[in-house]
Design a protein around this ligand. Structure first.
Ligand code: ZN
Length: 377
């Protein structure tokens, strides 16, 4: 049985751990201990070394007691800032907040706590379950860097539930965008701005002119473009020879992102050439767009688990990335499901005991689901 007191204690103690992106060591140690107590062997990968972090992704398997396709359950260990010295406050109405100076860390400790509680309950009551794979990732917040570095050959599951979606319990994101971050580096020529301005090639002017030709913001119904930072120059009396422009493109259609990126490259290149400057572009596709069909087993199973918990499923699209974007590239169809976090990425973030309980119950329902959806026929 899901025990609300135990779940709440686990949640609050997890939020007390400092676990910024690339600094998840203490959280990884605690989760390893908890999984070991439940009889699971935990493997930590080398993603921490690859990304200059303090810990790797944690992967654990609980062999099934009944037949059925294995399922992967996942949450991320890192939190956005400000998140050092978090102090969760439990209020008389059952809500849990931070003390107002940091985020609460329900993103994603609420997901981690729900997975641990569901596993504990299954063990306590010896509930039959299929093979369960658990993946706790590092560095999800900076464009899913941990799950990007994970070795998916270990994973047997073709379907996953990622507990990492804000909003009403029962929500699930079945579609997400491609997100591409890019950097344009412009190389001009410096000269004295007063004595010989005509000898310089003005890198900032190149950037300004290229940017002024872009359609910033909403490019179409499902695509956005943003230039987020620009830096260049070294002194007020020097024609700047260097400028760096950084931005991102996101769209539900991967090909659109590629097309917008190509048009940026051509605008920056032609503008640079017209000034006698050169230009270099680097891009990083942190997430790749996907959309899960409505009748897919991963959705049908979730719908049933919600119904069994007295919650109605609400499908939505997200315009943010998550670890699922990485899973999709390795043949794992993942649903991002609501995990009782509200106001995430702000100091007003909160959760509630009742919502935490519902998420743990839904998670346990998913883990113990006996219904055979078409993939198992
Ligand atoms: Zn998250």
């Amino acid at each position: 049985m899901i025990r609300t007191d135990r779940l709440t204690d686990t949640f609050i103690s997890l939020t007390a751990i400092d676990c910024p992106s690339f600094g998840e060591r203490a959280m990884a140690d605690r989760l390893t201990t908890e999984l070991n107590k439940l009889g699971l062997c935990v493997e930590e990968d080398d993603a921490g070394i690859k990304t200059n972090g303090t810990a790797g992704n944690l992967f654990a398997v609980l062999p099934g007691t009944v037949d059925g396709e294995p399922l992967l359950f996942s949450g991320h260990m890192d939190t956005v800032q400000p998140a050092m010295h978090k102090k969760a406050q439990k209020h008389s109405d059952g809500t849990i907040t931070s003390d107002g100076t940091t985020v609460l860390g329900a993103d994603d400790a609420a997901g981690l706590a729900a997975i641990l509680e569901a596993l504990t309950s299954i063990k306590d009551d010896a509930l039959p379950h299929r093979t369960l794979e658990i993946l706790f990732t590092i560095a999800e917040e900076p464009y899913a860097r941990g799950s990007e570095a994970f070795d998916y050959s270990k994973v047997k599951s073709h379907e996953a539930y990622v507990l990492d979606l804000a909003g009403t319990v029962g929500r699930a994101a079945y579609a997400a965008p491609t997100i591409c971050s890019f950097t344009f580096e412009i190389f001009g020529k410096s000269s004295h701005a007063g004595f010989a301005p005509e000898e310089g090639v003005h890198a900032i002017a190149v950037a300004a002119q290229a940017i002024s030709q872009l359609k910033m913001g909403r490019v179409d119904d499902e695509t956005t473009l943003n230039i987020g930072t620009i830096e260049g120059g070294s002194a007020t009396n020097i024609v700047p020879d260097h400028c760096i422009v950084k931005g991102e493109i996101r769209s539900y259609t991967h090909a659109t992102v590629e097309r917008v990126l190509e048009s940026l490259v051509s605008k920056f290149n032609s503008t640079a050439a017209s000034y006698g400057a050169t230009c270099q572009m680097n891009s990083h596709f942190g997430c790749r767009a996907y959309e899960i069909p409505r009748q897919h087993p991963v959705i049908l199973r979730y719908e049933e688990a919600c119904a069994n918990t007295g919650v109605s499923m609400q499908l939505c699209k997200t315009f943010g990335g998550s670890d699922v974007n990485q899973f999709e590239q390795h043949g794992i169809t993942g649903l991002v499901i609501a995990n009782a976090m509200f106001g995430a990425h702000s100091c007003k973030e909160y959760t509630s005991v009742a919502d935490l309980k519902k998420v743990a119950e839904i998670t346990q329902q998913l883990m113990t689901s006996k219904t055979k959806h078409f993939e198992e026929d």
